[in-house]
Design a protein around this ligand. Structure first.
Ligand code: C2E
Ligand code: MG
Ligand code: MG
Ligand code: MG
Length: 280
């Protein structure tokens, strides 16, 4: 009987796997169609100065509008696009589109673009960045690429070459979701980045004088010693904003400041500048 039950469990597992594979395949086909039919849209979330509250740039965030399912979150489709390799093409579109949009802004602010490990290792990232800059006319200094630790996990000569070539071009590199990996510091010594973005899981539980607040303050001090600027992501409350400003955080991003905005709303947001220095 135990053996029968085991076989039954295995059939259920098999079935779940088949459903999973079918769902992935569905999603992959949907993504390819969406890319052809231009159903992807970039939203832009403001990043403000921790010093005076002025807008210093925007992070481009990908959105997929499906006619049947509505808006699909990148958390649900980016992992699939990474697995199938479609992220290389999709990411190329994001780069071009982000540079083009930024060229249309009324102020010469920075645009930050998320780049997956797969794009970095595809070998043509540098060429794609150069193309996006040339086609749009955006100065390299206005572009920042956001990478995660996973990019730096596979340390190859090609990775180092791409990394150094991008920095020589004047494009900035930011380490996203900083603090959640366990050996970020080791990577930072080998791949000096311009900026770290403190993951919102740290920011979320910051309160005056608790451990998370102390961890974030220490990360800021450490980053400054290593010559990097710091952006805090996921700022949702006035208390978090004040603690971060007191800790010397260079830049703030989060729902308290603004949700990601449709491209057409960016000029309206900028017209409302200056939004008055936030009280430190
Ligand atoms: P991320 O790069 O860490 O982006 C920040 C995410 O946090 C965004 O989610 C943003 O909307 C959300 N967020 C911002 N402020 C707050 C806040 O105050 N509270 C909370 N709870 N969330 C906040 P989103 O747009 O859903 O993107 C999720 C992730 O998908 C991104 O995380 C990034 O890893 C990935 N992603 C988005 N666009 C792209 C893209 O064009 N290419 C690649 N490779 N990945 C992308
Ligand atoms: Mg990011
Ligand atoms: Mg992040
Ligand atoms: Mg994140």
């Amino acid at each position: 009987a135990a053996k029968d039950q085991g076989a039954g469990n295995f059939r259920i597992f098999d079935r779940m796997m088949a459903d999973h594979v079918a769902a992935r395949r569905q999603l992959d086909l949907g993504l390819r169609a969406a890319l052809r039919e231009r159903r992807f849209v970039l939203y832009f979330q403001p990043v403000i100065s921790g010093l005076d509250g002025s807008t210093i740039g925007f992070e481009a965030l990908l959105r997929w509008f499906d006619p049947e399912r509505g808006m699909i979150s990148p958390a649900d489709f980016i992992p699939v696009a990474e697995e199938t390799g479609l992220i290389v093409e999709l990411g190329g579109w994001v780069l071009e589109q982000a540079c083009r949009e930024a060229m249309g802004w009324p102020l010469p602010l920075r645009v930050s673009v998320n780049v997956s490990a797969r794009q970095f290792h595809a070998g043509d990232l540098y060429a794609r960045v150069e193309d996006a800059l040339r086609q749009s006319g955006l100065p390299p200094q206005r572009l920042e690429l956001e990478i995660t630790e996973s990019v730096l996990l596979q340390e190859t000569p090609a990775l180092r070459q791409t990394f150094e070539a991008l920095q020589a071009l004047g494009v900035a590199v930011a380490l996203d979701d900083f603090g959640i990996g366990y050996s970020s510091l080791a990577y930072l010594r080998r791949f000096p980045v311009d900026r770290v973005k403190i993951d919102r899981s740290f920011v979320k539980d910051m309160h005056a004088d608790n451990d998370d607040a102390r961890i974030v303050s220490s990360l800021i001090v450490l980053s400054h010693i290593l010559g990097m600027e710091v952006t805090a992501e996921g700022v949702e409350t006035e208390e978090q904003q004040q603690l971060l400003q007191r800790a010397g955080c260079d830049a703030l991003q989060g729902y308290l400041i603004s949700r990601p905005l449709a491209a057409a709303v960016v000029p309206i947001w900028l017209r409302r500048q200056p939004r008055g220095a936030p009280h430190a």
